[in-house]
Design a protein around this ligand. Structure first.
Ligand code: ATP
Ligand code: MN
Ligand code: MN
Length: 301
């Protein structure tokens, strides 16, 4: 089959959907969730998930034996993928590699057939890999940090960004922390984005050293929140909104409106059923406007 390297979604005829094998295989043992149910979840959220991953280099976490069993992180295109295309990009080491790119539902479902459970896009697009259009502040609580403190830190990051003239968006990770996402439009080159994110994190940690850490080598310390700015670099990823997590309970990374932060109980508050139910009754996208807001780092005052 053709690999469709370089072809855009528009040039291609819609691909037929991949047949799902082993639909009764249990993927989340604690919940008895099958591969078919995972596929149905991804079909239900596809337009929302694709909004955050389509056309971007994409890493996936594949769990061939389900969430409780060994999973692996995959960045590169591999044999057997017919619908999912790839983009050939320079790696840090200077060699080229074929990165996964999904454009549509058919590509998404092919990866689900390949036992992908989690989706992690770059903060840039495949055709402009050096131009970031998303900054992610990944707030990682160490042991013994109450979730209320993580919430307070997300609000603080939001408020400081707003003072700089930057609008930001909130996401649960399906794990322990929260993500604060800043859209850039037009985008900025990665070195500037990385410098900004590092400077922001270090300034925050410097202002409240008892609460925050911004040192990559220290990471998780009891009682402190690591402001992980390292998601912001060429080739770095963050989990996509509406991605499942390969963790107990089938949690999902869910975009929230800032006014929802107060009532949020945990980073893994939404599982797959809660996420689908939320989407059904949702009148307005909590991240409405993220693709049209015009703001960037070069034009900050
Ligand atoms: P949590 O809220 O529990 O921290 P998280 O998704 O933010 O959930 P992190 O461990 O903070 O988890 O990782 C942040 C992001 O960094 C991940 O979503 C993933 O995209 C990326 N990442 C994490 N581990 C790896 C890895 N081993 N290789 C490549 N990228 C990784
Ligand atoms: Mn995190
Ligand atoms: Mn992290």
């Amino acid at each position: 089959a053709t690999k469709r390297a370089g072809a855009t979604a528009r040039e291609r005829a819609p691909a037929p959907e991949t047949r799902l094998s082993s639909p009764t295989k249990i993927i989340f043992p604690d919940r008895g969730i099958t591969k078919l149910q995972v596929a149905e979840y991804y079909r239900a959220v596809a337009p929302h998930l694709l909004a955050g991953i389509a056309g971007r280099p994409l890493s996936i976490i594949r769990c061939p034996s389900g969430a409780g069993k060994p999973c692996f992180f995959q960045k590169h295109h591999t044999a057997g993928l017919d619908v999912v295309r790839f983009v050939r990009l320079k790696e840090e080491a200077g060699i080229n590699a074929n990165y996964l790119v999904v454009d549509d539902l058919a590509g998404l479902m092919e990866l689900v057939q390949f036992n992908a459970l989690e989706f992690h896009p770059w903060g840039s697009h495949a055709d402009t890999p050096d131009i970031a259009d998303r900054i992610v502040f990944d707030l990682d609580p160490g042991p013994n940090v109450p979730f209320a403190e993580v919430k307070r830190s997300a609000q603080q990051v939001h408020d400081l960004l707003q003072q700089l003239g930057l609008q930001s968006f909130l996401r649960t990770t399906g794990g322990k922390g929260l993500h604060v996402v800043v859209p850039l439009n037009p985008g900025n080159r990665w070195p500037l984005v990385k410098q900004f994110a590092k400077g922001f994190a270090e300034a925050l940690a410097g202002s409240e050293p008892d609460r925050y850490l911004a040192t990559a080598t220290l990471k998780l310390r009891p009682g402190k929140i690591f402001v992980d700015y390292l998601r912001n670099g060429r080739g770095a990823t963050a989990v996509a909104s509406y991605s499942l997590r390969a963790r107990d309970g089938a949690p999902v990374a869910v975009p929230l409106a800032w006014r929802e932060l107060a009532a949020l109980k945990r980073g893994d508050a939404f599982d797959l059923d809660a996420t689908v139910a939320r989407l059904k009754k949702q009148r307005k996208d909590p991240w409405a406007g993220i693709d049209t807001i015009r703001q960037d780092l070069a034009s900050l005052g």
